[in-house]
Design a protein around this ligand. Structure first.
Ligand code: SF4
Ligand code: SF4
Length: 446
């Protein structure tokens, strides 16, 4: 239950802030906690993405304000902005603004993937290992991405989440980073980047490693859309993401040679978790039943970063996707995780097993698309927005507007009871509500 005390938690709940860099965990729930350290996750470790690094340069003051508000709310003594050492503009601006009394420091990271995985980040920044199945709060650390802190700073002033920054890149005429109203169709974002340069393009929403291929270009930008990567439909990244899972499974059963390379490079295994992806693949190949096979049930420790499949597996098997499927099934069966060591010990040679993003970019055949995507700060016109009522983890918001109702930008359109797991949803443009369903509210500008 959220106390009606005008606290930061309540303001963040009212504004509908969710984690902008991941699955959309409701931020009010995350900051309703105690933590010793708060980390801004500015790693932005997937190839081609640019928005977090540019946001940390152009909106540094607001991000730091959000960080300090959260530090105060959770009782943290230390705040850390963790970002790649090559993000020079952001480092320059943040260093200029951080005062000694703030209790905030910068932590430069190497250009490796997945530096932004929360478990990896927490270890790099404070040498604490989050046990498998737990979240960073288990070791006293709260992690969120730069745009989330920006939205927290704005929520504290009463501003709801109505837009987001996203990089539009790949096979487009002018790669750029835009701020667009939530609900903007993806095809409008691509138009604003000059349009696709290939016929029949596929749109990858999110990074090339963990993103998904959009089912159509009318899909809307949501609070968690960090990028759109336009690629030819027969590009390796697209084909890999669209292969049928049954085909992946059969391929794994037939050709995994148990070379162990996936385990040697796995960031979770290297942190000391009881998790060896090659054993999961072996159990799959042998057709062992899920919960009773320790090999299979350890798949829940996988973060689906796909590093093993893209970079180390000689057969390029989709190990992350298969692990994700197994983990989902285990959850459906209410499987209880076998106890893991409380203090996992990272592998002694971990430092030498980290993978540079530049090499990953080459392996993904994305070098030609690795271009600047400068921020375009204009307010772009969007005629219609299609705003999903579920852009977050938890229950969908319930529509509180009717067809033909006039709304202003920032008005509440999707409600949520205080304390319910979920997030409120607001009108991203001013106009007239044209359609209301259980999933979506459509607003026409004007
Ligand atoms: S790297 Fe590929 S082939 Fe080797 S053990 Fe892992 S899944 Fe099997
Ligand atoms: S996708 Fe592969 S490398 Fe990444 S966590 Fe899972 S098993 Fe490890």
């Amino acid at each position: 239950m959220i106390a009606k005390n005008d606290s930061l938690v309540e303001r963040v709940w009212r504004a509908g802030v969710v984690g902008a860099g991941g699955a959309g965990f409701p931020t009010w729930k995350k900051i309703d906690a105690r933590a010793e350290i708060v980390i801004v996750n500015g790693a932005e470790c997937e190839p081609l993405l640019r928005n977090d690094q540019q946001l940390m340069a152009s909106r540094a003051a607001e991000i730091l304000r959000g960080l300090k508000l959260v530090m105060k709310a959770v009782g943290a003594k230390e705040g850390v902005v963790a970002l790649k050492e090559k993000y020079r503009a952001a480092i320059g601006e943040l260093s200029r603004l951080i005062k000694p009394a703030d209790g905030v420091r910068l932590h430069p990271l190497k250009g490796v993937y997945p530096a932004g995985d929360e478990f990896v980040l927490v270890y790099e920044v404070c040498r604490r290992v989050v046990p498998a199945g737990k979240i960073p709060l288990a070791v006293g650390v709260l992690v969120s991405n730069p745009e989330t802190f920006l939205n927290i700073a704005r929520a504290e002033k009463g501003e709801a989440v109505t837009g987001r920054f996203l990089t539009v890149t790949g096979a487009v005429k002018r790669p750029k980073t835009l701020r667009l109203p939530i609900g903007t169709p993806l095809k409008r974002a691509v138009e604003l980047a000059g349009g696709a340069t290939v016929e029949d393009p596929a749109l990858v929403v999110g990074g090339p490693m963990m993103g998904e291929v959009a089912s159509h270009d009318g899909e809307p930008v949501t609070k968690t859309t960090s990028s759109i990567i336009v690629l030819p439909r027969d590009h390796k990244v697209v084909v890999r993401k669209q292969q049928a899972l049954d085909f992946d499974l059969r391929k794994t059963m037939e050709i995994c040679c148990q070379c162990v390379y996936c385990t040697l490079i796995c960031p979770r295994s290297l942190l000391g978790h009881e998790f060896k992806p090659h054993l999961v693949m072996r159990s799959l190949a042998l057709g062992l039943p899920y919960p009773r096979s320790p090999g299979l049930s350890s798949a829940a420790a996988c973060c689906a970063c796909d590093l093993c499949g893209v970079y180390s597996c000689p057969m390029e098997l989709p190990i992350g996707r298969l692990n994700k499927k197994i983990a989902g099934e285990l959850e459906d069966w209410n499987w209880k995780r076998t106890p893991q060591p409380e203090r996992p010990r990272p592998a002694p040679l971990r430092e030498y097993s980290l993978v540079p993003v530049s090499r990953l970019t080459s392996r993904l055949e994305l070098k030609d698309y690795d271009l600047p995507a400068p921020t375009d700060d204009h307010d772009h016109t969007v005629d219609r927005v299609f705003i999903p009522l579920k852009q977050h983890i938890g229950r969908p918001a319930g529509a509180v507007v009717k067809r033909n109702q006039k709304v202003k930008q920032g008005d509440l359109i999707g409600g949520m009871e205080p304390g319910e797991m979920g997030a409120r949803v607001h009108a991203s443009i001013s106009g007239t509500v044209r359609e209301v369903t259980a999933e979506m509210v459509v607003i026409e500008a004007g």
